[in-house]
Design a protein around this ligand. Structure first.
Ligand SMILES: Nc1ncnc2c1ncn2[C@@H]1O[C@H](COP(=O)(O)OP(=O)(O)OP(=O)(O)O)[C@@H](O)[C@H]1O
Ligand SMILES: [Mg+2]
Length: 265
């Protein structure tokens, strides 16, 4: 088990309504939770329940309608580069830039000097296993490799927190499991706090210390499961009794909610 520290992220009764005035959509309602320093926390819930909305509020990309998110006790009002990095579902790489240039681009925007940018892009591309592909363009990389560049770009910002929105959603199952294992290795090497949105219950349980389960829209946290499986996690644990119990529990919570949309068991 990894040591779990003080909360680094705190969501306090966060609510979000889109399009106030005309046809409002209530996306989130009374969402409260805390994420301890260096923890790996996942968020699962039916499609359209407000997960991406919550992640965007946590990242300072969209404002909440009610409540607040605190990072290190500071209210999130705008993006916090250097503190929070976001990895999106589609790798969102710039097609005209090499893997290295994609990793360095946000650092350039932050005014970080060329030598330091180079050191970080070398370190992080090596860490994600792309040391031989630094000068390749996105179209020369596989889906999994592009996603690894995207993760390296997040890590190179040396954030304390990485928010990930379905980062492996577009990958086949085998690549997805390998990427999850890779992510655990990186997490163990860097001790970041990771907050991951996923549609895969298996992935959430396999990777996390805690799994937050969100209800159908408007999203609320209906349960927080602590995953007590030992670390390092191994593939055979997926077939174990404890694993199955956690998966059944999450499944029953999500289906009891008469969720629309896809959730993978
Ligand atoms: N910019 C926006 N303007 C208006 N409504 C929005 C906006 N973004 C999201 N919504 C609505 O808010 C609700 C929650 O959307 P959100 O993208 O947060 O769901 P999600 O849980 O991430 O879904 P999925 O699992 O499919 O990615 C949906 O009803 C969606 O239509
Ligand atoms: Mg989403």
């Amino acid at each position: 088990m990894n040591a779990i520290g003080a909360p680094v992220i705190e969501a306090k009764t966060v609510g979000k309504t889109y399009g106030v005035g005309r046809a409002p959509v209530r996306a989130l309602d009374g969402v409260s939770f805390a994420v301890p320093e260096a923890a790996f926390v996942s968020l699962v819930g039916p499609s359209g329940c407000g997960k991406s909305t919550l992640l965007q509020i946590m990242g300072g990309l969209v404002p909440s309608t009610e409540g607040e998110v605190l990072i290190d006790r500071e209210r999130v009002a705008k993006p916090m580069p250097g503190k929070i990095a976001i990895v999106f579902q589609d790798a969102t790489l710039l097609p005209w830039k090499t893997a290295r240039a994609n990793v360095e681009f946000p650092l350039e925007l932050q005014g970080i000097g060329a030598a330091e940018r180079r050191r970080r892009s070398d370190d992080m591309l090596n860490l994600v296993g792309l040391g031989d592909f630094t000068e390749r363009f996105p179209h020369e990389l596989s889906g999994g490799m592009k996603q690894r560049v995207s993760i390296a770009r997040g890590l190179a910002q040396e954030p304390r927190i990485i928010l990930m929105d379905e980062p492996f959603g577009a990958l086949d199952e085998q690549t997805r499991i390998k990427m999850g294992q890779e992510l655990l290795r990186i997490w163990e090497a860097t001790r970041k706090t990771i907050f991951l949105i996923t549609h895969s219950l298996t992935e959430a349980i396999y990777l996390s210390d805690r799994v937050l389960v969100m209800s159908h829209r408007p999203g609320r946290i209906v349960e927080t499961l602590t995953i007590d499986l030992p670390r390092p996690r191994t593939y055979d644990m997926i077939g174990g009794v404890e694993f199955g119990r956690a998966r059944n529990r999450i499944w029953s919570l999500i289906t009891a909610d008469e969720a629309e949309g896809a959730v993978e068991p």
